[in-house]
Design a protein around this ligand. Sequence first.
Ligand code: BGC
Length: 745
Amino acid sequence: MKKQLLSGVCIFLFISTLQAHCERTPIYLDETQPIEQRIEDALSRMTLEEKIAMIHAQAKFSSPGVARLGIPEIWCTDGPHGIRPEVLWDEWEQAKWTNDSCTAFPALTCLAATWDPQISLLYGKSIGEEARYRNKSILLGPGVNIYRTPLNGRNFEYMGEDPYLASKMVVPYIQGVQSNGVAACVKHYALNNNEKNRHTTNVIVDDRALHEIYLPAFKAAVQEGNVWSIMGSYNLYKNQHCCHNQYLLNDILKKEWGFDGVVISDWGGVHDTDQAITNGLDLEFGSWTNGLTNGTSNAYNNYYMADPYLKRIKLEQVGTKELDDKIRRILRLIFRTTMNRNRPYGSFATPEHFMAARSIGEQGIVLLQNKNNVLPINIAKTKKIAVIGENAIKMMTVGGGSSSLKALHEISPLEGIKSRLKNKVEIVYARGYVGDSSNEYNGVITRQNLKDNRSAKELIDEAIKISQDADYVIFIGGLNKSAGQDCEDADRKGIELPYNQDKVIEALSTVNKNVIVVNISGNAIAMPWVKKVPAIIQAWFLGSEAGNALASILVGDVNPSGKLPFTFPAKLEHVGAHKLNSYPGVKRENSSIIDERYNESIYVGYRWMEKEHIKPLFAFGHGLSYTTFKYGKPSISTTQMTTSDTLTITIPITNIGKREGAEVVQLYIADKKSSLPRPIKELKGFQKVQLAPGETQYVSFIVDQNSLSYFNDTLHKWIAEAGEFEAIIGSSSEEIKARINFELK
Ligand code: BGC
């Protein structure tokens, strides 16, 4: 009896303790509570030291949580084309894990070339699943710096030259990533348009160019994509480094755009404690970029936002207002990601992801030229194909800087072509030239031995020999991911193809009339041989499924539908930044700072070419198909609109060829008369339509005030000025199919 009574009392005590405990579940752990209340609760429980620890790195890619409170650490990963392999705690070197070989997706230039927001959503969702599976809180990407010069070593990581296209493509990527409970981190904010001198370049740009060209994609990422983090860039603007920049971070990003996420420094982009405290930076990474290996002891404590900040607070030189704001933002990101119990689990290197990579590649490959319909390859009539060029065999997922990957597999172009045509066509291969034979980047080994000591003549002779009697010659060259090409931290030296490739192509064109040039790059190249070869394909860095995607375009399993997201100029002097001697800027006396004045202002890419009446080699928006599309007569809902309403332009598009295909219909707007100078026309709408042979679809565009506005730098405001406008519909910025006038009242 006594025993029973005792156990009854015990049960009672247990239950009431449990109840009391449950009642005391801290608000920050209670997912039924609004995030903002959870943030305040967590903040109120943190010590000063815990807060300071949280705003800077503890490792190369990680920052601390609050272990005492069960608040998890943050783990970042590059981005933007796949999940970077694990590195050592303090170093860039690989950790040599064996479970981190990812799906390599095509580079962002390829994504932009799809002109398809749905494909961008697929990209974001797939890469987000990979990041989630690998337990990352933040994916360091996508990048949306505007393509200003073809020399920029990092153009391949961005979305081209047009702010409208980049805005429309970046938003679904972010949404896709974040639907996995992983934060996207849009980079590099802002004005990081070349790699040369990236830490010391001070960009001088007028407000119109800033707001009309360089900021819109970031703004869309924030306001439409609701991105949870953003990365400050290495360069300076208004003499302040962009990682702690009063104008860009506080005034524009946080105040004007209402960004509520975390500003992360680029790795090693912080230079000053006081500016870091006050000028909008929230989380500091990579300050001693070689971590503890080469830094001072306890390097992380020496970060600008570590002990030096703590000291200032303790000495009451600064208060904790800014610190609490940073912590709130970091907690918000944690609640949105790792502390969201409902987020999916993710998946990694799945067949679905490889399929997605392939399809993004197929949709983004651009058919630049196709004389006499030499493509697609007519398999039935083909006996022998000669494949020439280093890029037919070289792994391209390794290298390029921080976007370098360790892919589970990478199908080279040659493998893809062989596997598609095996037992049907004889495929022979010759190198043609030797470019970059290295086979290792940051410890990722390609297992390829590309060493070849033959002379240029020997290589060309061999290529010619096997090409003479081939039905087709497919030259696969371009740039690669080695320093000085499409690679971080340096720019290209010129716009020409490197490694003697022009000579190889010329030589091939003299012995075979069916030379198809496949250019693999993230940048425009000069093509002195453009008239000597019938077909040219822009194939980008296509990731794991490169060879399969390319082969399906070459043989016509997939009808090409990609369009250029940037202009191919015939020469470098045809680019505003070069013509006006703005790039790479002028070094200040007795200082390491280089001032780069963006003299061309808003006239970037096609905006410059059109103003100067320069014919591009290949125009922005250009891309051919194996079928033909007929554009009908456009109609307009009204020819007079006001700033508070919209109008709709509709145009019928018919596939008059024999193959199914997709066309990107582009809407440009021209402001006929304006009080400030404006480009001849600007992209303000596009739509990709899939059409069966004979099928017609009506494509509609809504024109609103935003489509007509420019940034008035005196009023610091977007303005749509009353007057005459023209809607211009084209299959590229150059191939205009219809024009229609209307008026803004
Ligand atoms: C790059 C960033 C990258 C970071 C981390 C930097 O050098 O500029 O884009 O995310 O390194 O790898």
